[in-house]
Design a protein around this ligand. Structure first.
Ligand code: B12
Ligand code: SF4
Length: 496
């Protein structure tokens, strides 16, 4: 079948790359259209982008259009779907999983949970003009009557899936209203996005994994074999010889020590590229960190989420105690691991928990980065229902209920709202002594000089960001990377 996959989540999005290769491998004529660069926040498609997409869609003339939709891209998805309505549009992804009814107001067919088995069966039945009402994982809005099918069993062996396709073949990239047939963004050659697993052993209350673990009885977490991951990396290195960093986007990379040992030994021997991974304090021990360090890890990102143990455990449902984190931090410091701690600020915090949190972070060994997030409330999550019930938030704070929630990264406006958060700009930095932070707190700087703190904090962020961009550009330049300019000039297509 002629299938068009419209990807709103940026050029190197893993979900789109997986779906593309899966459908291609199963004999479908698939074309993917990517919007913009993969960024940590969503930028809505412009009118120009949408007009270009419409014309491209007419040219491709697909039998069906697929879109991956999460709670934050929900409104963009509606917007884009509305201009493609003359073709059957099918949504899959997180929003259909967590709030299917909201999706069926905008499209007639959605796929919930794992997509592979369901999309194959659905496309087959559409092609053969067979009924589509009883396909597991598929929900349908049939004349305002919602047909709800149960979930199908999960894939047992992830190794059976083809590797994600990040090539530019049969892909289109829409940027600034123009179409490119080669990825015009150079970064895609330098970073390789991979996952060795699906799911997470934990069920934090604010995370999609708690939904998966509940629905699939804690069986959602599965891991690929070492051989499969290694083979993907070998091919990646061959196809993208300029890769300088691998991103392991596994929710928790280090939970299976015997897998990790086996994998890293081979990785070091054959791939030996710096890599990024997510970790969790519970799994940090001397052996694991030594292994990671010896295998060339460039950055290790840990979810701390709150320095207050009460918020971390009781509100967020995490299992790591203060003691676990302090112990892990000591080991990470011993191996001089470049690391970051993610924190999430929420309306559940009080002045007391904020202060507790800062005091706790002051105990961690420097240097470390702090990634400041605000809690993203997702539809139908218990934590969202609780926050609404207890009047901690209004509905406009919930992703997809409101079109204003498009990121969980803390911005300047949020920083100004909760003055105590502003200390997090400065925590973990070697150049700023803890005694100075304590002095600021004692003297109430967050109230007296809140705006100034935000200003300085934002400046620090900008400088860090700028130096990273300059470094990347320098890297591209000195390696003769002019594809970006070449593609922009010669591979541009315009319908105008
Ligand atoms: C890796 C990842 C990232 C990476 C992306 C790297 C990359 N190159 O792709 C980074 C760190 C950049 C990232 C950023 C963000 N992320 Co993220 N990310 C993930 C993560 C860990 C894995 C997603 C993934 O690729 N899985 C592998 C693919 C193959 O599986 P999948 O996406 O689940 O898709 C399967 C099914 O859902 C289904 N399916 C999905 N779409 C479709 C479409 C169709 C048509 C069909 C048939 C099936 C289908 O089939 C697929 C195969 O079975 C998930 C958490 C998780 N465990 O899911 C969060 C997650 C998706 N991210 C999330 C969020 C919120 C974000 C950000 C908005 C955060 C922010 N900055 O504010 C940004 C948005 C960036 C962007 N432009 O998209 C949320 C979404 C929550 C929600 N309810 O919407 C998640 C679920 C984490 C969470 N908080 O629970 N993310
Ligand atoms: S550890 Fe991370 S990925 Fe796993 S459930 Fe908690 S927040 Fe989600």
């Amino acid at each position: 079948m002629k299938v068009m996959l419209v990807n709103l989540h940026g050029d190197t999005n893993m979900t789109a790359a997986y779906l593309h290769s899966f459908l291609k491998n199963n004999g479908h004529d698939i074309k993917s259209v990517h919007f913009g660069r993969l960024l940590y926040e969503f930028s809505p498609p412009t009118e120009e982008d949408k007009a270009t997409l419409k014309k491209l869609s007419e040219e491709i003339n697909p039998d069906v259009i697929l879109m991956s939709v999460n709670s934050m891209s929900f409104w963009n998805a509606i917007d884009v779907t509305n201009i493609l309505k003359n073709v059957t549009v099918i949504w899959g992804g997180l929003q259909p999983m967590v709030d299917p009814e909201s999706c069926l107001k905008h499209v007639d067919i959605i796929i919930r949970g794992e997509g592979e088995g369901a999309i194959l069966e659905l496309l087959k039945n559409i092609k053969e003009n067979k009924p589509i009402d009883n396909i597991k994982n598929v929900w349908i809005n049939k004349n305002n009557n919602i047909i709800k099918n149960v979930f199908r069993p999960l894939l047992k062996n992830l190794d059976e899936l083809p590797f994600p396709d990040y090539s530019s073949k049969n892909k289109f990239y829409i940027l600034g209203g123009k179409i490119y047939e080669q990825n015009p963004l150079p970064h895609f050659k330098y970073e390789y996005n991979i996952t060795s697993s699906r799911g997470c052993p934990f069920s934090c209350k604010y995370c999609a994994n708690h939904v998966y673990n509940k629905v699939f009885n804690n069986k959602y977490l599965r891991r690929r074999s070492v051989d499969s991951v290694m083979e993907e990396l070998r091919i990646a290195k061959k196809n993208f010889p300029k890769i300088k960093n691998i991103n392991f986007w596994d929710d928790v990379f280090i939970n299976d020590i015997s897998w990790l040992k086996d994998f890293l030994e081979k990785y070091k021997e054959e791939i030996d590229l710096p890599f990024f991974a997510y970790g969790n304090a519970k799994y940090v021990n001397d052996e694991v960190i030594k292994l990671l360090k010896e295998s060339n890890i460039s950055f290790f990102d840990l979810g701390l989420q709150s320095g207050s143990e009460y918020i971390r455990k009781d509100i967020f449902g995490r299992i790591d105690s203060d003691e676990d984190i302090l112990k892990a931090d000591k080991i990470l410091d011993k191996y001089k691991m470049r690391r970051g701690y993610d924190v999430i600020f929420s309306e559940f915090e009080t002045e007391e928990t904020f202060r507790e949190g800062i005091d706790f972070l002051l105990k961690l060994k420097k240097p470390f980065k702090v990634q400041r997030n605000v809690l993203a409330y997702y539809p139908n999550f218990e934590i969202t229902e609780r926050a609404l019930r207890e009047n901690k938030i209004t509905r406009d704070r919930v992703a997809s209920y409101s079109n204003s929630v498009t990121s969980q990264i803390m911005n300047k406006k949020e920083s100004e709202k909760f003055p105590l958060m502003n200390y997090y700009y400065f925590l973990g930095k070697k150049s700023i002594p803890n005694s100075f932070i304590e002095y600021m707190m004692r003297n109430n700087w967050h109230n007296k000089h809140s705006k100034r703190m935000v200003y300085v904090g934002e400046m620090i962020n900008k400088i860090e960001h700028l130096s990273y961009s300059i470094k990347s550009m320098g890297y591209w330049f000195f390696r003769g990377e002019f594809t970006y300019i070449k593609n922009r000039i010669f591979n541009k297509r315009s319908f105008a």
